[in-house]
Design a protein around this ligand. Structure first.
Ligand code: ZN
Ligand code: ZN
Ligand code: ZN
Length: 1288
């Protein structure tokens, strides 16, 4: 078989074999190795273990040969050395059907029922185990990692279905001394090594050595194990784990704990050396017990002279096609005995005659076949035509004269084969019980002894040491436990309750990092018993109780804990608990959840307990000292707030200074009650969410009036209302806008009646448009309600003394549900006219659904559906300038569903002749994205109706504010609205869009090919997909883009005609992957600063500069495209990929003729070239970017200052956590507030402007205010001080 592939050539048979390839490795490795017995039998220094083949006889254990799994020992294990000191407080016989539960009463018991007493095990360290999650401590303790118990080691040493034999050959007694006859020493050393054992199934050998020694065997040079070696000092000092009479102080360990170090020892360095290959070294696997000084060395299978499959095939052929006069067994024996005789004759009688293979004698004994030919050729015989006349075939025996190198090799090979076949025959004859007929087998010159029990005794796996077959039926065939047994280093057949305890404790001791995994497996095993109505043994019950009391948790527990804390996509926080979430955030979530739990009178206590447990588990899982400390200090009792106040004997409205004074007094008076007082203080700190009390409790010092979060002049937070996610950010943002706040203020506290004053006629209604359409009476009423609620919230934000305000449910509903949704719901549920009373249509309290559940089946629609923003550049519908100005036919048509934000209020576009050039623009025909489909019906049952994405919600709020504030008093109506509407005045600018053919060959002067129109906008939607772009780059792409319209690519240029006071830039983080057909969130960092200058985007910008910038931009785009081609795509980045190819070619593919040195060199050159080119392009791009900025450096007339940043945290485009930054304007522009639901904190501008690369928390909307417009007044708080001063 010739094959260039480096992978397939190792397995000529193509068999699926396990990685240790020596099992299958080509036989020539052995054959070509010069086997010089003197080289591996150094002097007379016999193996000290004295247990191997050929040198020493050994005394077999008393027990008769057995097959491991069936055996059951009647004797108890190690009687008298163990005592069951555990007493359980619960009757486990009652477990029955009830699920696995732990009574908290047990937990208190673990101190004396310590796990250490359940089984004999030493080397544990309580502190280390309690801090298993502490990476630093793990590093210090350097434990050896996972281990296995002896029954598993038996499997690891050699396939446990196979039996190993020691083999002692002796020289045949012959009358004549023949030439070149092997010496007694040669015969004795025909086995591979004194410590080699024969396996008939493999027709091969295993080197196996075990020793009690404080000295380790010689490790290979540069040995660097995956896990540290066990503590060698400890191994030296301790007694063997298994054995009798050697442990004066009683048994310390129940059994060995074995650790595997693959290929750790060089066989050649042993004495005597072990050497089979001619390679650099013969690597042996090392197994160390971490508790005593026993170690074990094992080789992979050393293949015999005849490959395993050759022996099997010939044997099978004889079994299925026996000689007519013999039974199958006799036929097999006769064949191999004849082969053996031929070898023996050659070796010991110097038989050199040809062996005719077609004659009857050979045929009756062996028969000539291709298999037989291969057997003999492998042995060194050559088949040939020996007589020209009759064309007869014969075998030429090999030369065995030790004086020639070839003879020496043949001789050693033949001797080895002789020993192997003789051993094979002896074992086969002994163990095969098939009938022999009248055949009398030959007695062989080789003595074989089963060493299975010897080896098992040596490593502690003997049935007298660990009984088998005691596994309860519930575990015996339990599916899914394989992983559990394997992970704990135990086999199911050797299960014993105490052994399982030992295995678990030993794994946790030696591999603390995976404590959770081991506990999960232990728990699964015990739980499997319970589920099949079996009472788990006392030891296991106690162990699980002990471990629970030490805060062990399973993988399932952890998932549960995480959701208890409110994490997970369907939970209230709407964010996964991943590495990106910091400790502070988790702590906040825990405190909030605990506070909410206090309000729950029925299940609050239970919930608080769950929360405490959850925090502890999450702290451990993350190895977080911060969380662990918080858990220790703040975890609560079952004390209710009422009990807490009465414990301290204070009224509920006591102020904090007084409370602290009273507390200190009480402790001084009754020190015995200190713990209880402290507990009460903790509860009060928690219920009142007092940072001051919290700090006092943890430091023992009163920090004074902390004010930070509750200072009168601090902005107030907004408590979370179910899944309102992004709404709080939006409401806070609105509150920072002074003009908006003032415009809605008069509507606060208005009653329904005063809102519903219909002092306007239907004609009045027709004169006003909002969002490009007419509005209904019902919409006006609804909008007024919304604005009234908003005004009330604003009032609370101004006057409330609490740190956080709770928005009303109505406000949330009105903000999140559009009037369109509402009417659709009406029609669906009642089938009545949409002019029904609005109140009736609000949705009842039904389980709420999160936005992601609404995800649409249409892949194209998905990105648009996101909570992170609208689809990018809905330009098709943006060109609808030729639309008639008449009101839309259906006055209730949705304001937002089909109309993008950049066109809201398109009614106000100019009616001037700019439009005349657009006759042939037919945008309505083929918008690039389909309009949104009607929503599925089941959405109407959501708590807040349909949840929309952020910008839809924002549009809905702006629409309602505008509608509510419509002024029906004045005559001129619609046109004047632009001036009177606070929404239009603050947020809307005017832009000019220009669509031109892409190709320069087109006549750009041709009027019909240029389209231009003006339009209002309230947001700029900027695409975010590539790394390394700043805000100007992103905006640049918005203002000059290539779009596809009617299947044709066109250039779309946008310029700004009028600038709004507030510039809202939406970062389109939701992108669509065409390959996977899925929407994803782009986490790309877009650099932005405190100021942005919009001059370059103005219609009035210097045309000369514009042209210059355009040229630079084109070059820049080209350079960036080249960088992108070299760094992105399926096989990119290319430079490292090419380097990898070169490495591969030079290392592994030497056999391939085409992979010569020049190819490798060429690939390396290419790599250098690509790397250099990439560097050059990057440099060029940076230069061009600078040049572009230089063009505009002087233009700073249209300066905008950053005022607000909306952040989304999470990796999913459709859900996550939202928070909001607002700059402290106008007073302290360097200070920012972070609004995170109920908490508002002061942060530096560095946090706001930080590079978010690598984080999933990044901005999705930026708001800039025109410099000098003074629209933003971030903090608006009622100041009683000022009022007082005024009165004085
Ligand atoms: Zn084997
Ligand atoms: Zn041991
Ligand atoms: Zn261990």
């Amino acid at each position: 078989m010739s094959n260039n592939s480096p992978t397939s050539s190792r397995h000529p048979s193509g068999a699926r074999s396990p990685p240790p390839t020596s099992h299958q490795s080509p036989n020539r490795d052995v054959l070509s190795a010069p086997i010089a017995p003197s080289s591996f039998y150094g002097g007379n220094n016999a193996s000290t273990s004295g247990l191997g083949s050929s040198h020493t006889a050994y005394i077999p254990p008393e027990a008769s040969p057995f097959r491991e799994p069936e055996l059951v020992s009647e004797e108890p294990v190690n009687p008298g050395t163990q005592q069951d000191t555990v007493t359980s407080t619960t009757d486990w016989n009652d477990v029955g059907d009830t699920p696995w539960q732990f009574d908290s009463a047990w937990a208190g018991n673990w101190g004396d029922a310590s796990a250490t007493k359940i089984v004999d095990i030493d080397g544990r360290n309580e502190e280390e185990e309690l801090n298993w999650f502490d990476a630093e401590m793990r590093q210090q303790c350097a434990r050896p990692g996972p281990g296995v118990l002896p029954p598993v080691l038996a499997h690891l040493l050699h396939d446990s279905a196979h039996t190993l034999y020691s083999v002692v050959p002796s020289k045949p007694e012959l009358q004549h001394d023949a030439e070149h006859r092997p010496t007694t020493e040669e015969v004795r050393t025909a086995v591979p090594h004194a410590n080699a054992y024969y396996c008939k199934e493999d027709n091969g050998w295993i080197f196996l050595l075990w020793r009690f020694s404080s000295v380790l065997p010689p490790l290979v040079n540069g040995f660097s194990p995956a896990h540290p070696l066990p503590d060698l000092e400890r191994r030296k000092k301790s007694q063997p784990c298994v054995g009798e009479g050697e442990q004066p102080f009683g048994q310390v360990n129940m059994t060995h704990h074995w650790h595997h170090y693959p290929q750790a020892v060089d066989g050649k360095a042993l004495n005597p050396p072990f050497s089979q290959s001619h390679g650099d070294c013969d690597l042996l696997d090392l197994y160390l017990c971490c508790q005593c000084s026993l170690y074990c060395l094992a080789s992979a299978v050393i293949p015999g002279v005849l490959p395993r499959n050759l022996v099997e095939n010939l044997t099978r052929e004889k079994r299925t096609h026996p000689s007519p006069d013999k039974t199958p067994k006799a036929s097999i024996l006769a064949t191999w005995e004849t082969i053996l005789t031929i070898i023996q004759n050659r070796l010991f009688r110097n038989e050199t005659r040809l062996l005719p293979v077609t004659r009857p004698r050979f045929n009756s004994k062996i028969g000539w076949s291709d298999l037989v030919r291969r057997v003999f050729e492998t042995l060194g015989f050559k088949s040939d035509v020996f007589s020209e006349s009759n064309n007869e075939l014969a075998l030429h025996p090999p030369e065995i004269n030790p004086a020639t190198p070839e003879g020496k090799l043949n001789r050693a090979r033949l001797l080895r084969a002789w020993v192997e076949i003789a051993a094979w025959l002896t074992i086969f004859e002994k163990t095969n019980k098939d009938p022999l007929g009248n055949y009398i087998p030959t007695v062989q010159e080789v003595k074989t002894d089963n060493v299975r029990e010897l080896i098992q005794s040596a490593i502690g796996a003997h049935v007298n040491q660990i009984p088998r077959g005691l596994v309860p039926t519930s575990l015996e065939n339990a599916p899914g436990l394989d992983e559990a047994w394997c992970s704990l280093g135990l086999t199911p057949t050797s299960y014993l309750p105490k052994l399982l305890c030992f295995a678990y404790l030993a794994q946790c001791r030696c591999d603390p990092a995976n404590t959770k995994t081991y506990f999960t497996h232990l728990f699964n095993i015990v739980n499997t018993m319970i589920n099949s109505h079996e009472t788990p043994p006392q030891e296991l019950q106690s162990l699980i109780m002990d471990e629970r009391a030490r805060f062990r948790y399973t993988a399932d527990d952890l998932r549960e804990h995480i959701s208890v804390l409110g994490f997970g996509r369907d939970s209230e926080l709407g964010v996964e608990l991943d590495d990106d979430v910091d400790d502070e955030f988790i702590l906040q979530a825990w405190r909030n959840a605990r506070r909410r739990a206090w309000r729950d009178t029925s299940k609050g206590a239970e919930r608080r307990k769950d929360l405490d447990e959850a925090l502890r588990a999450v702290a451990d899982e993350r190895g977080s000292k911060v969380l662990r400390k918080a858990w220790e200090e703040e975890r609560g009792s079952g004390m209710t707030p009422d009990a807490a106040y009465s414990t301290l004997e204070v009224p509920k409205d006591v102020d904090e200074s007084m409370l602290i004074t009273v507390y200190m007094m009480r402790i001084e008076d009754t020190p015995s009650q200190a713990d209880r007082m402290r507990e009460a203080m903790n509860v009060i700190a928690e219920v009142t969410d007092s940072e001051r009390l919290r700090q006092f409790l943890s430091s023992g010092r009163d920090p004074g009036d902390l004010s930070n979060s509750t200072a009168p002049d601090m902005p107030r937070g907004l408590n979370q209302l179910g899944n309102t996610c992004y709404l709080n950010s939006l409401l806070q943002y609105f509150y920072t806008i002074k003009d908006l706040r003032e415009a809605v203020a008069p509507l606060a506290h208005a009653d329904t009646k005063s809102l519903d004053d219909s002092k306007f006629t239907d004609d009045d209604l027709k004169r006003h448009r909002v969002g490009g359409r007419l509005v209904t009476r019902r919409e006006i009423l609804r909008s007024k309600k919304f604005v009234s609620q908003l005004a009330e919230l604003f009032f609370n934000l101004e006057y409330c003394e609490e740190p956080a305000v709770t928005p009303s449910l109505d406000l949330a509903k009105l903000a999140l549900v559009t009037s369109q949704d509402e009417e659709e719901d009406d029609q669906r549920t009642t089938g009545t006219d949409s002019s029904n009373d609005t109140d009736a249509t609000l949705v009842e309290d039904v389980p709420m659904r999160t936005p992601h559940e609404r995800s649409s089946p249409s892949p194209i629609e998905t990105p648009a559906d996101s909570v992170l923003g609208k689809r990018h550049r809905e330009m098709g519908s943006g060109m609808d300038v030729d639309e008639p100005l008449e009101p839309p036919s259906a006055p209730t048509s949705p304001p937002h569903d089909a109309v993008p934000a950049n066109q809201v209020a398109s009614s106000s576009k100019l009616k001037e002749p700019e439009d005349v050039e657009m006759q042939d623009a037919t945008p309505a025909k083929a918008p690039p994205l389909p309009p949104r489909k009607p929503r599925p019906t089941d959405d109407s049952v959501m708590m807040f109706g349909r949840q929309h994405d952020v910008s839809e919600c924002m549009d809905n709020c702006m629409f309602q504010i505008e509608t509510a504030l419509l002024d029906f008093q004045q005559e001129k109506a619609a046109i004047e609205d632009d001036k009177t509407s606070v929404v239009k005045r603050l947020f809307y600018g005017k832009k000019r869009q220009r669509l031109t053919p892409l190709t320069a060959s087109d006549d750009t002067r041709h009027k019909s090919s240029i389209h231009e129109k003006e339009d209002l906008f309230s947001h700029l939607h900027v695409n975010v997909s590539e790394e390394g772009y700043d805000l100007y780059d992103s905006l640049g792409r918005y203002f000059d883009d290539i779009v596809e319209l009617d299947g044709q690519k066109k250039r779309m240029e946008v310029s700004l005609v009028d600038l709004p006071p507030l510039l809202q830039i939406q970062l389109q983080r939701v992108q669509f992957n065409r390959e996977t057909q899925q929407a994803y969130k782009s986490q790309a960092y877009v650099k932005f600063g405190e100021t942005v200058y919009m001059d370059r985007f103005l219609e009035s910008a210097d045309p000369e500069k514009k042209a210059r910038a355009k040229g630079v931009q084109a070059e820049l785009n080209a350079a960036r495209d080249r960088v992108q081609r070299l760094t992105e795509g399926k096989h990119a980045p290319f430079a490292p990929a090419l380097g990898g190819v070169a490495d591969f070619l030079s290392t592994y593919a030497v056999d391939a003729p085409e992979a010569d040195e020049s190819l490798v060199a060429a690939v390396r050159d290419e790599r250098e070239r690509v790397a250099a080119q990439l560097e050059q392009e990057r440099g060029r791009a940076a230069q061009l970017k600078d040049a572009l900025e230089d063009v505009w450096r002087g233009d700073r007339g249209a300066a905008y200052e950053l005022t607000s940043v909306f952040v989304h945290r999470g990796s999913s485009p459709s859900w996550g956590h939202y928070f909001f930054y607002s700059r402290h304007l106008p007073e302290r522009p360097d200070v920012w507030f972070k609004y995170n639901d109920s908490s508002v904190t002061v942060v530096s501008k560095d946090e706001v402007l930080a590079d978010t690369t690598g984080s999933t928390a990044n901005p999705y909307m930026l708001v800039f205010a025109r410099k000098g417009c003074e629209t933003i007044q971030t903090v608006k708080r009622f100041d009683p001080q000022a009022l007082q001063e005024m009165q004085e």
